[in-house]
Design a protein around this ligand. Structure first.
Ligand code: PLP
Length: 490
C-alpha cells in the first residue's frame, strides 16, 4: 500500500504545471547549447564514431558478454566472497518505480513506502545480529568496518578513555587493518594456534586498557567457528574494549546463532554476500552495521526512525559521527536484501545456513583426499585447502589449479588467501548448488592435480585471455577497444 502511495505521489509531482509550483526555479541560463559553451570546448567536426546497424551492435555486446564468467553461467566457488544465486524476482521487485525511481532529494513524506521497507530491513538485521540498532548507510563491508570503528572512537572519546589499539587475528581480511588505520587506530596482529583458532595466550598478552576494539571474523576466513568465542569476548570486555564482528561469513550461521548472543558489540553485514544481491567486479554492495544500545547515539545521520506512524530521517543527533554516505546508502542493494529475507523468513534462513555448511563439508570430505586441508576435518560454509605438497612434489601451484579450472567451466576459487595457509585454495560452494555440480567440480579438481605442471603453467587454454598481469591491469587498465587491437593485451 505505502509503495503504491509513494508512486502515486511521485506521479503527481511530475505532472506538468505541478512541479513548477513546488520546486523553486534556479538561475540556469537558457539558449542553444553551442552558444553557451566556450569556443575551446567545441569540436570542429563530429567524433569519428563507427556507423553500425543494430544487429552488429547487439552481436558485439552479446559476444562480449559471453567472454566472462558469472553466477548465472558457471559454478562460482569463490571462498570468502559468498557468490550466491540471485533470485531474478528480487531484480524485478527492486526495479519497481516506487522503489527505483525515487529521487534522493525528494521529501521523505513522498517516499514512505521505501522508508517503511528500509525500516523493516533495519529491524530484521538487528534481530539476525542479536543487536539493538542498525545503520544502512555504509556502501560495503569495508565501509561498515570503518563506520563502526569511527563510532567506537567517538564512544571512547566521550568517555575520556584514550584507547589507541585495535586487535586483529592474523587470518583476517585485509580490510580489517586498513579500516583500523583509517579510523586512526593502531592495528595489532593476534596470532593463531596450529588448529587455526585465536591464540588465547597471545590475545591475553596484548589486552590492556589501551585496547579499543577486537575485530574478529567468526566463522573465520578458514571456515572455522571459534570455539572460544565467548571467552574471547569476555576477556575484551574485562579490559573495557569492544568486540567488532566482521559479518562476511554470516551465511554459515544465519538463524543458528547471533553475534550479539556470543558477545559482539558491533558488526557489519554484507548483503551482497549473505542476502543474495548480485556483485562482482568491484560492486555494487552495501555494508549495514548493527550495534549495541550504548553505541546507538553515535550512528551516522540521517537516522531512519518511526514517529507517530510516519518514517522520518532524523538529522538532529548531537553525538552522531556525522554522514558517511550521500543520501541513504545503496538502496537498490538493500531492497534486494529485503526481498531475499522476506522470501525465506526465519526458517528459510536457517536452512540456507544448514545447506551451505552441508555443501561445504561434502566438498571438504571429497577434496581432502587429493588436496590436503590443513585446518580441521569439519568446516562451516567454506574451507581452505593447500597446494603446498603438490607444489613441492610436482611443481603445481594454487594459481595453476585456479587457472585450469576455467577450462573445465568452473570459476576459480579464491587463492593465496588467507595468508596463514601456504598455496591456499579457498572453496565456498554456497547452499544452492546441486550434488551433481559439486561432484563435477571435485572431478575437475582431481583431474587437474593429475596433470603435468608444464601444461598447467600455460592454463587456461580455452579462455579469451590467458594470464594477464593483474597488477598492471588494475593500475593501468586499457579502457578503449579498437578493431585492430586484438593482441590480447589487457
Ligand atoms: C568481503 C569481506 C570483507 C569486505 O567486504 P566488502 O563488502 O567487499 O567491502 C571483509 N571481511 C571479510 C572476511 C570478507 O570476506
Amino acid at each position: 500500500m505505502r509503495n503504491r502511495q509513494a508512486t502515486r505521489l511521485l506521479f503527481e509531482l511530475s505532472k506538468p504545471g505541478r512541479r513548477a509550483a513546488r520546486v523553486p526555479a534556479c538561475d540556469v541560463p537558457t539558449g542553444e547549447l553551442g552558444d553557451l559553451l566556450p569556443d575551446a570546448a567545441l569540436a570542429d567536426e563530429p567524433p569519428p564514431l563507427p556507423e553500425l546497424g543494430e544487429p552488429d551492435i547487439i552481436r558485439h555486446f552479446v559476444n562480449l558478454s559471453t567472454l566472462n564468467m558469472s553466477v548465472d553461467t558457471h559454478f562460482y566457488p569463490l571462498g570468502s566472497c559468498t557468490m550466491k544465486y540471485n533470485p531474478k524476482r528480487n531484480e524485478r521487485l527492486a526495479s519497481l518505480p516506487g522503489l527505483a525511481d525515487v529521487h534522493p532529494y525528494q521529501d521523505p513524506t513522498t517516499m514512505q513506502g521505501l522508508l517503511a521497507l528500509l525500516f523493516e530491513l533495519q529491524e530484521m538485521l538487528a534481530e539476525i545480529g542479536g543487536l539493538d540498532a542498525v545503520s544502512l548507510h555504509p556502501a560495503a563491508g569495508a565501509h561498515g568496518e570503518l563506520t563502526a570503528l569511527l563510532i567506537a572512537a567517538a564512544y571512547f572519546r566521550d568517555r575520556a578513555e584514550p584507547r589507541t589499539k585495535v586487535l586483529i587475528p592474523d587470518s583476517a581480511h585485509g580490510t580489517n587493518p586498513a579500516s583500523a588505520a583509517m579510523a586512526g587506530f593502531k592495528a595489532i596482529t593476534v596470532g593463531s594456534t596450529s588448529e587455526g583458532f585465536v591464540d588465547l595466550d597471545d590475545l591475553n598478552s596484548k589486552l590492556g586498557d589501551d585496547v579499543a576494539v577486537l575485530m574478529i571474523t567468526n566463522p573465520s576466513t578458514l571456515g572455522l567457528f571459534e570455539p572460544q568465542i565467548e571467552t574471547i569476548c569476555r576477556r575484551v570486555h574485562e579490559v573495557g574494549g569492544l568486540v567488532y564482528l566482521d559479518g562476511a561469513n554470516m551465511n554459515a550461521i544465519l538463524g543458528v546463532t547471533r553475534p550479539g548472543d556470543f558477545g559482539a558489540d558491533m558488526m557489519h553485514f554484507n548483503p551482497h554476500k549473505t542476502f543474495s544481491t548480485p556483485h562482482g567486479g568491484g560492486g555494487p554492495g552495501a555494508g549495514p552495521i548493527a550495534v549495541r544500545q550504548q553505541l546507538e547515539p553515535y550512528l551516522p545521520v540521517p537516522v531512519l526512525v518511526r514517529r507517530d506512524g510516519r518514517f522520518v530521517l532524523e538529522e538532529d543527533r548531537p553525538k552522531s559521527i556525522g554522514r558517511v554516505r550521500s543520501f541513504f546508502g545503496n538502496t537498490g542493494v538493500l531492497v534486494r536484501a529485503y526481498c531475499y529475507l522476506r522470501t525465506l523468513g526465519p526458517d528459510g534462513l536457517r536452512r540456507v545456513a544448514e545447506n551451505a555448511v552441508l555443501n561445504a563439508n561434502y566438498l571438504l570430505a571429497r577434496v581432502k583426499h587429493f588436496l590436503p586441508v590443513p585446518h580441521g576435518d569439519r568446516c562451516m560454509h567454506e574451507f581452505v585447502a593447500s597446494a603446498q605438497r603438490l607444489k613441492q612434489e610436482k611443481g603445481i601451484t594454487a594459481m595453476d589449479i585456479a587457472k585450469r579450472l576455467l577450462d573445465y567451466g568452473f570459476h576459480a576459487p579464491t587463492v593465496y588467501f588467507p595468508l596463514v595457509v601456504k598455496e591456499a585454495v579457498m572453496i565456498e560452494p554456497t547452499e544452492t548448488e546441486s550434488k551433481e555440480t559439486l561432484d563435477a567440480f571435485v572431478e575437475a579438481l582431481f583431474r587437474i592435480t593429475e596433470q603435468s605442471a608444464e601444461s598447467l603453467h600455460a592454463a587456461p587454454h580455452a579462455a579469451p585471455i590467458n594470464r594477464p598481469d593483474e597488477v598492471r591491469a588494475a593500475r593501468r587498465p586499457t579502457l578503449h577497444w579498437q578493431p585492430s587491437d586484438q593482441s590480447g593485451e589487457h
